[in-house]
Design a protein. Structure first.
Length: 86
């Protein structure tokens, strides 16, 4: 599956505007793109540089549980909204 290039900018922008730890876009049941911010002692470090790690691939355990709930609710893939964890 091809991933649109503008999704990376969207993930980072939403994550920085919401001051979130993680933003995830679901493309299918087996394909996700996730942007994660580097944390210090479990908290967002507010000074200096911002490090963001982008992952393309399979969903982790929590994301698989979310996918099951989406399927049970009748949500179609790809999920239109980006999921944000604060």
């Amino acid at each position: 599956m091809k991933i649109p290039i503008n999704i990376f900018g969207n993930l980072v922008e939403i994550m920085l505007r919401a001051n979130a730890k993680r933003a995830t876009k679901f493309f299918s049941e087996t394909q996700i793109v996730r942007a994660t911010r580097k944390l210090f002692n479990g908290k967002i470090y507010r000074r200096g540089n911002i490090e963001i790690h982008i992952t393309i691939g399979r969903p982790n355990y929590q994301e698989r549980e979310f996918i099951k709930k989406c399927k049970k609710a009748g949500e179609v893939f790809p999920v239109k909204k980006i999921q944000v964890k604060l």
